[in-house]
Design a protein around this ligand. Structure first.
Ligand SMILES: C[S@@+](CC[C@H](N)C(=O)[O-])C[C@H]1O[C@@H](n2cnc3c(N)ncnc32)[C@H](O)[C@@H]1O
Length: 374
C-alpha cells in the first residue's frame, strides 16, 4: 500500500504519481532508521560517558549542549532537519508536487465551499498575528495559510509523519480516541475545537460523541476550507469559522460545554497562550471543560527532554520551548479554571499505562492531556 494514505477512499485531493510516492516511501524509510537505530546509538553514547544518576542530575539543556560533541548526535540532528526539508521541498516533495496542482486543488475547495456555505464562515479581513505569518512552522514552506494547496500539503505531510510516529497515526485513531475519551468523561453537547487545522481534531467530535453542535476554528482559510470539504465528504454537520484563539471574537460568552485544542499551544507565544486561556474560559458555560492535547510534559526525565528540546530548533518550532516553560496549572488557575489535571495521553491506544522512563526503542514525542473546569 502506498505510504501516501491521503486522500482516503471517498476523499477528493491531490494526484500523487509513482515517482512522488516512491520518493516519500524512501523519506519514511530513512526517518524510521533515524528514529530507531540512530536514536538508540545516541542513547548508547550518552550513557557510555555518564551514570544514570549523573544524567538525571543534568538539566535537559546541559545534556543537549554536551551531546553536541558526539558525531552520531550531530548526524541525528542534521538528518532530522534535512528529512523534513526533503519531505516538503525535495524533487518530489509535498509542496513541490502540490504547487503544480494549485489551480485544480483550489477548484476542489471552492466547489466544496459552495455546498452548505452557511457552515463555512471565513473572514477575509482577519489580520493574522506576525508570529503566525513569519515562521514556517514545522518547516512547512510559506506556512499553511498562504495558498489553498497548502492545506492539502499539510494534510499529506501529517499523514506521512504519522507513518513514523505511532502517536501521530495518519488514520486519525489518536484523534478518535481523544474524542471518545471526552465523550466517556464529559458527554459534551456543544463543542468548539480551536486550531482545528484541516479537520482531523474536529471531525471525531461529531462522529465519536453525542455532541449536537461541533464548531472548528482556525486562522488558516485554506485549512478551514479543507476541513469543510472533509466534513461534507464524511457527511458530518460541522461549522468552521476563521477566528483567532486569542480573541474567539465570533463566539458569545458561555456557548460551549467543551473547548478542545490539539497541538496549538506549542505553536503560539506565551502572551497569545494567556489570551487564549482567557477566551476559552469566556466561551465555556459554567462547569464546562477545557481539554488540551499537546507536546508538553514527556515521561523519561532529562534524556527525553533533551531530544524534545533539540527538536524545537531542528524542526522550526519557535514557541515550543516557551510553551513547555509555562506552568500550565498556575496559568489555567490564573485564567479562572479549577480542577486542573495533567496526564500522559497515549493517543494511539488511549488508556495505556503511563511509561515510566525514556522510550528505549524509538524517538517519540507524545501528548500530554491537560484538562480543566470553568
Ligand atoms: C499543529 S496544527 C494542529 C491542527 C489540528 N488541531 C490537528 O491536531 O490536526 C495547529 C493549528 O493551529 C492553527 N493556529 C495557529 N495559531 C493560531 C491562532 N492564534 N488562532 C487560531 N488558530 C491558530 C494553525 O493554523 C494550525 O491549523
Amino acid at each position: 500500500m502506498s505510504v501516501l494514505t491521503k486522500p482516503q477512499p471517498g476523499q477528493a485531493g491531490p494526484k500523487i504519481d509513482r515517482h512522488a510516492d516512491a520518493y516519500q516511501h524512501c523519506m519514511v524509510g530513512i526517518r524510521k532508521y533515524w528514529s530507531s537505530d540512530l536514536y538508540k546509538q545516541v542513547l548508547k553514547e550518552i550513557r557510555a560517558d555518564r551514570t544514570e544518576s549523573e544524567i538525571e542530575a543534568s538539566t535537559p539543556e546541559q545534556l543537549e549542549r554536551d551531546s553536541q560533541k558526539y558525531t552520531t548526535y550531530q548526524y541525528f540532528s542534521w538528518l532530522e532537519h534535512q528529512l523534513q526539508q526533503y519531505k516538503y521541498l525535495g524533487r518530489y516533495g509535498v509542496v513541490t508536487e502540490l504547487s503544480k496542482q494549485a489551480p485544480q486543488l483550489a477548484e476542489l475547495l471552492d466547489s466544496a465551499a459552495s455546498r452548505s456555505p452557511e457552515r463555512l464562515k471565513l473572514n477575509p479581513d482577519i489580520v493574522p498575528p506576525t508570529y503566525y505569518t513569519r515562521a514556517d512552522f514545522h518547516q512547512h514552506p510559506g506556512g499553511i495559510w498562504s495558498d489553498d494547496y497548502d492545506a492539502f500539503a499539510y494534510e499529506l505531510a501529517a499523514g506521512i509523519s504519522g507513518q513514523v510516529y505511532p502517536t501521530q497515526d495518519s488514520a486519525g485513531t489518536s484523534y478518535r480516541n481523544l474524542a471518545k475519551l471526552c465523550e466517556e468523561r464529559y458527554h459534551p453537547k456543544d463543542v468548539l475545537d480551536v486550531g482545528c487545522g484541516f479537520g482531523l481534531s474536529a471531525l471525531p467530535f461529531k462522529s465519536e460523541t453525542a455532541a449536537t453542535r461541533v464548531v472548528g476554528c482556525d486562522l488558516s482559510a485554506p485549512a478551514l476550507k479543507l476541513s469543510h470539504m472533509r466534513a461534507l465528504e464524511a457527511e458530518l454537520e460541522i461549522e468552521f469559522r476563521q477566528d483567532s484563539a486569542e480573541e474567539l471574537a465570533t463566539f458569545q460568552d458561555a456557548e460551549f460545554d467543551l473547548v478542545n485544542s490539539v497541538a496549538l499551544f506549542h505553536e503560539i507565544p506565551q502572551k497569545a497562550a494567556r489570551k487564549f486561556l482567557r477566551s476559552a474560559h469566556r466561551v465555556l458555560k459554567p462547569g464546562g471543560k477545557f481539554v488540551v492535547a499537546d507536546l508538553y510534559r514527556q515521561p523519561g526525565g532529562s534524556l527525553t527532554h533533551m531530544f524534545y528540546l533539540g527538536s524545537c530548533s531542528r524542526n522550526r518550532e519557535p514557541f515550543m520551548r516557551s510553551f513547555i516553560a509555562l506552568d500550565m496549572v498556575a496559568e489555567l488557575e490564573d485564567a479562572g479554571f479549577k480542577d486542573v489535571e495533567i496526564e500522559w495521553f497515549d493517543s494511539a491506544t488511549a488508556g495505556a499505562p503511563v511509561p515510566t522512563g525514556i522510550n528505549e526503542g524509538s524517538h517519540l514525542n507524545g501528548w500530554s492531556l491537560i484538562t480543566a473546569t470553568k
